[in-house]
Design a protein around this ligand. Structure first.
Ligand code: PHE
Length: 441
């Protein structure tokens, strides 16, 4: 069967940016920045994104388009030997991330309903904290929302590359950007917002440590969807005319912009109402409803915000499921629809322990963490950076001439930064990633 292709250039960019922009940007980034020195974290993060991040993305695009397969198939076709193992690692990471990602995404659906019903309209953080703990620790409700979210993901992926993923992202991503702009304007015009802005934009270098680098690297891989084959898979549906470096530039810039804007929405509002910005993962679910409750027309903004989170999560989860579907369709000859349903169901089942680990299973710990935290940690802090390390080595040392031809589309597009990309793939990225990983242990 002929391989499916993206319908248009902009469709590809929106789908890829849709994968990158997700809960990582809106839910995780603001509290990571708040906990790691605000603006100082920002600087480290931006530096990593524009050196290692964008280079890994381009490397994945090149592998995907040259190999025209899922991550395992592409690496096998381009070189074979031990390299497909990197693809299998990606498959494992996709199962793990999709399983807990969908749990959090399920919360965002529940919170969108709660916001609309007016249940969240209290400014007492204690009440909201108890509400969040009761809800996320409940053995049944979050699992039903997790199932609902997974069903949405399956529905989109079953529709195919062009008719499902590209079409939904083309509508959803612009909508997300619009909601974000409305919310940023609202947040920045609150009295007292300037203090939050100062915290966010004035670096405090005394807070920079090995952990800052570790956190920024993990955050960059997670946020840009790198190191596990999403970009290989999406690249495999690209036409040979597409300008790969330019696409990588657009997607990276878009992802960074959304993260920065999410910080602009959340931190000034939190400061304006004197909440603690370091509240961690609960920030979005506990602190923000309180902020909304104190604002004029807060219910409207609260609903908008949680709808934004659902959209951001959906355009990312489809890319995780697509990696799995592409593998079983290419390598095992499964039909796309059956693959989407079966793999979505497996990922749903795998997510159940994560959800329970926040309630009735909270006493069960692995390496001092709940199941949920453990899976989040090993995927973002270990599997993705390791995958990125292997991918840059593969491009930099194993298929360099072919990758260079791919990056310029056989000379059709000039790529003035080719020399820098080469040095980053060969030396800078592998050494920096290895160094940051080791210093984290
Ligand atoms: N990039 C997504 C986010 O920021 C998460 C993701 C990670 C998606 C890895 C695909 C692969 O939410």
């Amino acid at each position: 069967m002929k391989r499916a292709h993206w319908g248009s250039r902009i469709g590809f960019i929106l789908a890829t940016a849709g994968s990158a922009v997700g809960l990582g940007n809106v839910w995780k980034f603001p509290y990571m920045a708040a906990q790691n020195g605000g603006a100082a974290f920002l600087l480290v993060y931006v530096a990593i994104v524009f050196t290692i991040g964008i280079s890994v993305m381009l490397a994945e695009f090149a592998i995907g388009r040259a190999g025209e397969r899922n991550p395992v198939g592409a690496l096998r076709r381009l070189k074979g030997g031990p390299w497909p193992v990197v693809g299998y690692m990606g498959i494992a990471a996709a199962f793990i991330i999709l399983s807990f990602y969908s749990v959090v995404a399920g919360w965002t659906i529940a919170y969108a309903f709660k916001a609309a019903a007016g249940v969240l309209a209290t400014s007492d953080p204690e009440v909201l904290g108890a509400m969040f703990n009761d809800f996320s620790g409940n053995p049944a409700q979050p699992i039903l929302y997790h199932l609902l979210f997974m069903a949405l993901t399956v529905g989109v992926v079953a529709g195919g590359i062009h008719g499902g993923i590209e079409r939904s992202c083309t509508i959803l991503l612009p909508l997300l950007l619009l909601i974000l702009v409305v919310l940023a304007v609202r947040s920045l015009t609150l009295p007292g917002a300037m203090e939050g802005l100062r915290f966010y934009l004035q670096p405090d270098f005394s807070k920079v440590s090995a952990e800052t680098f570790n956190g920024a690297l993990a955050q960059a891989f997670f946020s840009l969807s790198l190191g596990m084959g999403v970009m290989i898979t999406y690249g495999s549906y690209l036409s040979h005319r597409e300008n790969l470096p330019r696409s990588a530039m657009w997607v990276t810039a878009c992802d960074l912009l959304v993260a920065l804007m999410a910080g602009l929405v959340i931190l000034p509002a939190v400061f304006a109402f004197s909440f603690d910005p370091q509240a961690g993962p609960g920030l979005v679910f506990i602190t923000l409803p309180a902020v909304f409750a104190q604002m004029p027309a807060g219910v409207v903004f609260a609903v908008l915000f949680f709808v934004l989170l659902v959209i951001a999560a959906l355009t990312s989860s489809v890319s995780l499921l697509e990696v799995l579907v592409a593998y079983f369709v290419d390598q095992w000859g499964w039909r796309r629809k059956s693959a989407a349903v079966a793999l979505g169901f497996i990922a749903f089942a795998l997510g159940i322990p994560s959800s329970l680990s926040l309630g009735i299973w909270s006493n069960f710990q692995i390496a001092g963490r709940s199941i949920f935290d453990f899976l989040d940690y090993i995927s973002s802090n270990l599997l993705l950076p390791l995958g990125g390390l292997a991918i840059t080595l593969f491009v930099g040392w194993v298929i360099l001439p072919q990758a260079m031809r791919e990056a310029t589309s056989e000379g059709a597009h000039p790529f003035p930064l080719a020399g820098i990309w080469r040095v980053i793939c060969r030396y800078v990225a592998p050494i920096a990633i290895a160094w940051i990983l080791l210093s984290g242990l």
